[in-house]
Write a protein of this length. Structure first.
Length: 284
């Protein structure tokens, strides 16, 4: 059965870009006679707010979308993500990283690491970074750390398979190759899976939930295309299902940049107040 999802984060009001993305997902489900779930991705408890979650429901109803109940809210399931992290740790695929953001930047700078095709500069641990004894004493001293996935350990664990991971891409987004696509987790490096103050990261929670909820097709904006290169690795390590991906084109603002709150695109509620009809937004 075809199942997709729309998975906004309640960190602000939805804007036109979200309307486009929701429309892509809900229309794909309608066309395939499947369903489209709504999932609230509120793992960042410092930025997410209940009023934004309420607004998501209101705005999507205003646009005319319907979704099956119950709606999964990720913050209700932190223990599940933690169990997945423990499983990866049990396989020897994770490590504790004590680098602060500033130290990490300095380290990347010193090593002369430039941005990867995924955009950011990927961090990969060196074997001699921190000894096991030092790790234990720093943990005992209460120093904050992040759990990272070790690409070197994943490579050892999967052998040849590591370099053969792939996914099916069916989207029309910019700079995205269509069809079977080789995954490049190294573009993202040793990603963070959890931190002291946030028990899961986006990569872990999203792949966990897509599997758990039986998502067959991920329909989302092209801005998340590169994350897929890491998601495919997590799916393989955890034996989670691998959906087909459709990364759609992003809606561009008049200045040619991606629409977002930062670029002052109007929220759906502002547009609604101005008398804009949902049909005007969805026909674009
Ligand atoms: N929660 C993510 C966002 O708001 C979307 C996650 C996804 O579709 O994979 O951008």
């Amino acid at each position: 059965m075809f199942r997709t999802r729309f998975a906004p984060s309640p960190t602000g009001y939805l804007h036109e870009g979200h309307a486009l993305s929701a429309n892509e997902a809900f229309s794909a489900a309608l066309e395939a006679d499947g369903d489209c779930l709504l999932r609230i991705e509120d793992i960042d408890q410092t930025r997410c707010r209940p009023e934004f979650e309420t607004a998501i429901f209101e705005d999507l109803h205003w646009l005319g979308f319907e979704w099956p109940a119950p709606v999964r809210r990720q913050s209700d399931h932190f223990t599940e993500y933690q169990a997945a992290l423990e499983q990866l740790t049990g396989l020897g695929l994770t490590y504790r990283c004590f680098l602060t953001r500033k130290a990490l930047e300095a380290e990347l700078e010193a090593r002369g690491i430039g941005p990867s095709p995924a955009g950011d500069r990927p961090y990969v641990r060196r074997n001699d970074d921190v000894s096991e004894d030092e790790v234990l004493s720093r943990v005992a001293a209460g120093e904050p750390f992040a759990w990272r996935l070790s690409l070197a350990a994943c490579r050892d664990f999967l052998g040849d398979e590591f370099s053969k991971l792939s996914f099916i891409e069916e989207g029309d987004g910019e700079n995205i190759s269509f069809g079977e696509t080789m995954a490049h987790p190294e573009w993202l490096g040793d990603v963070v899976l959890a931190r002291k103050d946030s028990p899961t990261s986006y990569h872990l929670a999203v792949t966990h939930d897509d599997h758990l909820q039986g998502v067959s097709h991920v329909v989302r904006g092209a801005d998340l295309y590169h994350a897929t290169h890491m998601h495919v690795l997590l799916q393989r390590l955890m034996n989670w299902s691998k959906p087909v991906y459709r990364h759609h084109k992003l809606l561009m603002g008049e200045d040619g940049r991606k629409l977002s709150k930062a670029h002052r695109s109007k929220s759906l509620r502002e547009l609604r107040k101005e008398g804009v009809e949902p049909s005007e937004l969805l026909k674009r």
